[in-house]
Each structure stands twice: as structure tokens, then as C-alpha cells.
Design a protein around this ligand. Structure first.
Ligand code: NAI
Length: 462
């Protein structure tokens, strides 16, 4: 039994960042993690491994489609799947070991095992009960289930199973055209699978600016992904090596089936709070099964905080990290802050898709007057040279004040480009501020500036 100022439950991006900040602020800190390695879903079976596979499969796509035109001759590489999985694992290992190093450096104790909170101020792991003046719950999320679909992680898989399939499937059916379905769907499409995505709504990526969403679907279709829209999956039936997916079209209620070698269920995630003992503690939950917190990330029980996927808001690693730092600062007597209106979202396909702030749809709904500055990557010299002219930057600004309200990018390095707009928004900048900032030539960033120019007197290269 030990005494701590703070015990954090979960070592994902929310938990480990909270732990480091607590330690930096002079608090005696421990982090409980039941997995064999630190880093949570993101590092072990989420963001990081999927990015390794996205990178490798993108390289293959480049070799197959663009090398010859650049004068790079030779046979296209073939896929050595076991080696690709090894590369993916080595990426995971360097990152998880990196966190272990940071824990040691900051003198954070890693308590190995699964935690329960028997009462406020106490955390039980195995037979040991530790005292903690403050507890931060950062236990993350797990794939949501779908009635009629039983995940066995071999034939019918969640994102976890999809990251370590025995082989590249000939036919992959993806249920859900959200971030996970499209990222992993495009990995396997590039590696040679026939990919069919079944989506309940009539558009992909719910919540995204609809112009970007339409363009994105067109591009993915061009890359070989097939979409069945407005279709609700009813059930899957799996044998040892195949599965049958049954879905109903919402337009006419007709029932259809599809055969697949692998089915990926990607219809969302839900907070993971199993085994924490929250019922006995009488912690208030929202009607969506999230832990309710106040604006200082404190739950209804004093001294118990919650951050990341277990609370309200987008289930994003960087949102959890920001909350982790802010909660740590609150506990240390400082003023932690998260600006929820400037949280970027990125889909790491090729091209990437990124967004921040308002969409045209949310602005219309709120009855706000806005202007749109748009610039196509076709007018960007660097993008054209790199076979990346498809896509655009769309900047939304207040019609009266010119203040930037949102930005939506589909195109090369969108996930990096979005951040200059995030910084601009944090500083309350106008589109003109961005337009007057000198941008190096030739860079993709010039497309962001051109979109800002298009909010005023006009883009130059359009
Ligand atoms: P999602 O919520 O993004 O998308 C799920 C999709 O499934 C929706 O389009 C929904 O309409 C559809 N759907 C639901 N029921 C269906 C049914 N019966 N038949 C057909 N379609 C159905 O969920 P996803 O992709 O599983 O991601 C989960 C969470 O993980 C999200 O919050 C996401 O933001 C996060 N994530 C973020 C990443 C990133 O930032 N790059 C990467 C991976 C995950």
C-alpha cells in the first residue's frame, strides 16, 4: 500500500499525459495500467499501428501508380504481409517503450493490473489498496457492439483484429463509413482487397462538412472502395473462413447479402468503465453511458476526475491529452483550460482529410452570416508536382468581422496544414490576418493562404 497525490487509471494519451503533467507539477503520481505495455488503445491497437499500415500501403500505391511517370523504373514491390506486421509492431514498441522511459524520467510509478475504486481516495489493484488524494479516470473506450454481429477477431473483427489479420483478405466488408472503417478500408484496398463499405446514412463520415464528405467519397471510390449507402446491417454469419453479411436498404426495406473473407465492424466506440466500481460510488453518468464531469473535469464525487473517451466530446487522442494536462493543472491548484471549439479532426487516408471549427451546416443551422474562401490544390504548384492536385482548402469566416470560424481540407498533408488555422483561431485571427502572412513557396501551406485570400479580394492562382 502506498500514498499518492494522484493515481491515474489508464495509460492512453489522456492518462499518460496527465501523469507526466502531474509529476512535472510536483505531485506524487502513479498510473495504473492492465495491458502489458503503456499507451492504451492509441499506441497499442489504434492510432499508431494503423498509421504504420497506412504509410506502408501508401508507399505501395505510389510505387504502383506514380513511380513510372517520375522515371523510377522497375517491378512494383509485392506485399510481404508478415514483414509489414513486424514493421507495424516495431512502431508500436518504440512508442510504448518511449512512454515507459518518460514515466521513469518523471518518477511516475506504473502500477500493473486493473484498477477498482472501492471508495473516494482509494484505488485497489489486485490485493493492494493504494491511497490517492485525487484519482483521474482515463480508462478510454472500446468498440461498440452491433446487434446480430458477433466479433470473433478472426473473421468478424473490430479495429483491433483488423490490425493483425492472418493474411490480406480477398474480400473485405466494412460496416460503417466512419474514420476507422475508411482508414482501415483504404489500407486493405491498397493492399489488393476488394473492399465494400456498408453505411447506414446517405453520406460518409457523419459530422463532416458535406462538400468535403462528397469529394472524399468520390476519391475513395476512384481508389477502388465500393459503397452501399443507406443500408442497415442486420447480421453476420461466420464460418471458419468466410462470413455472410445481411443488410437492409432503408429506401425500400429490401434485404440483401454479401459474402466476405473478413468483416470489419466500425460503427463507433463506447466508454470503457467496466470493473471500476462506479455504480457503488454513485458517480453520475450521462444517458449515453459517459462519466459526467464539471468544467474542471471533476465527477460528482469529490477528488475523482475523468478525462478522454469516458467523458463527453469527440473520442480523439489529442482531446484526451489536452484534458489530461488541464485536469492535472486543476489538481495542482492551477487553471487548466481546453478550448473545445478548436479541436482538429484528421482522417489519415490519402489524401488526408482535416477539419476544425464550424461547418457550413452548423453555421446555417445557427443562422450565422459567413463567407467561404476556397482554393483547389490544382492551383498549388507543389501539389501538382507530387500527384496531389485533387482536393481543396475551404475556409469559413464571419461575414461581418472576417474572424475565422472553421476550416476543412481534403488534400496532401491536410492533417498538418490544419494547424496553422487552429493557431489562427486560438488567437481570434481574421481571414485577412492569415492572407497577409507570408507563406513559403512552393509549399502546400500556400493553399491555406490562398483560401484566406479568397475570403477577401480573391485568390491569386485560381
Ligand atoms: P464513427 O462514429 O466515426 O462512424 C461509425 C459509422 O457507422 C457511422 O457513419 C454510422 O452511421 C455507421 N453505422 C452505425 N450503425 C450502422 C449499421 N447498423 N449499418 C451500417 N452502418 C452503421 O465510428 P468509428 O469509425 O468506429 O470510430 C470510432 C471513434 O474512434 C470515433 O469517435 C473516431 O473519431 C475515433 N477514431 C478517430 C481516428 C482519427 O482521429 N483519425 C481514427 C480512429 C478512430
Amino acid at each position: 500500500m502506498s500514498d499518492y497525490d494522484v493515481i491515474i487509471i489508464g495509460s492512453g494519451p489522456g492518462g499518460y499525459v496527465a501523469a507526466i503533467r502531474c509529476a512535472q507539477l510536483g505531485l506524487k503520481t502513479a498510473c495504473v495500467e492492465g495491458r502489458e505495455t503503456l499507451g492504451g488503445t492509441c499506441l497499442n491497437v489504434g492510432c499508431i499501428p494503423s498509421k504504420a499500415l497506412l504509410h506502408a500501403s501508401h508507399m505501395l500505391h505510389e510505387a504502383e501508380h506514380n513511380f513510372a511517370e517520375m522515371g523510377l523504373k522497375g517491378k512494383s514491390p509485392s506485399v510481404d504481409w508478415p514483414q509489414m506486421l513486424k514493421y507495424k509492431q516495431s512502431t508500436i514498441d518504440t512508442n510504448t517503450k518511449g512512454i515507459e522511459f518518460l514515466f521513469k524520467k518523471n518518477k511516475i510509478d506504473w502500477i500493473k493490473g486493473w484498477a477498482t475504486i472501492p471508495e473516494a481516495g482509494k484505488v485497489k489493484v489486485g490485493d493492494d489498496v493504494h491511497n490517492a488524494k485525487n484519482i483521474i479516470i482515463a480508462s478510454g473506450s472500446e468498440p461498440a457492439q452491433l446487434k446480430g454481429v458477433e466479433v470473433d477477431e478472426k473473421i468478424v473483427v473490430s479495429s483491433t483484429g483488423a490490425l493483425e489479420l492472418g493474411k490480406v483478405p480477398k474480400k473485405l466488408v466494412v460496416i460503417g463509413a466512419g474514420v476507422i472503417g475508411l482508414e482501415l478500408g483504404s489500407v486493405y484496398a491498397r493492399l489488393g482487397s476488394e473492399v465494400t463499405v456498408i453505411e447506414y446514412l446517405d453520406h460518409i463520415t457523419p459530422g463532416m462538412d458535406s462538400e468535403v464528405s462528397r469529394q472524399f467519397q468520390k476519391m475513395l471510390t476512384k481508389q477502388g472502395l465500393e459503397f452501399i449507402m443507406g443500408a442497415a446491417v442486420q447480421q453476420t454469419e461466420a464460418t471458419k473462413s468466410k462470413a455472410k453479411v445481411t443488410y437492409k436498404l432503408r429506401s425500400d426495406d429490401s434485404e440483401h447479402t454479401l459474402d466476405a473473407d473478413v468483416v470489419l465492424l466500425a460503427t463507433g466506440r463506447r466508454p470503457f468503465v467496466d470493473g471500476l466500481g462506479l455504480d457503488a460510488l454513485d458517480i453520475t453518468m450521462t444517458d449515453r453511458g459517459q462519466i459526467a464531469v464539471n468544467d474542471q473535469w471533476e465527477t460528482s464525487v469529490k477528488g475523482i476526475y475523468a478525462i478522454g473517451d469516458v467523458i463527453e466530446g469527440p473520442m480523439l487522442a489529442h482531446k484526451a491529452e489536452d484534458e489530461g494536462m488541464a485536469a492535472a493543472e486543476q489538481i495542482a491548484g492551477k487553471h487548466g483550460h481546453v478550448n473545445y471549439s478548436v479541436i482538429p479532426g484528421v482522417i489519415y487516408t490519402h489524401p488526408e482529410v482535416a477539419n476544425v471549427g464550424e461547418t457550413e451546416e452548423t453555421l446555417k443551422k445557427a443562422g450565422r452570416a459567413y463567407k467561404v474562401g476556397k482554393f483547389s490544390f490544382m492551383g498549388n504548384a507543389r501539389a501538382k508536382a507530387n500527384f496531389s492536385g485533387d482536393g481543396f482548402v475551404k475556409l469559413l469566416a464571419d461575414k461581418e468581422t472576417d474572424r475565422i470560424l472553421g476550416c476543412h481540407i481534403i488534400g496532401p498533408s491536410a492533417g498538418d496544414l490544419i494547424h496553422e488555422v487552429c493557431v489562427a483561431m486560438e488567437f481570434g485571427a481574421s481571414a485577412q490576418d492569415l492572407a497577409m502572412t507570408c507563406h513559403a513557396h512552393p509549399t502546400y501551406s500556400e493553399a491555406v493562404r490562398e483560401a484566406a485570400l479568397a475570403c477577401g479580394d480573391g485568390a491569386i492562382h485560381m
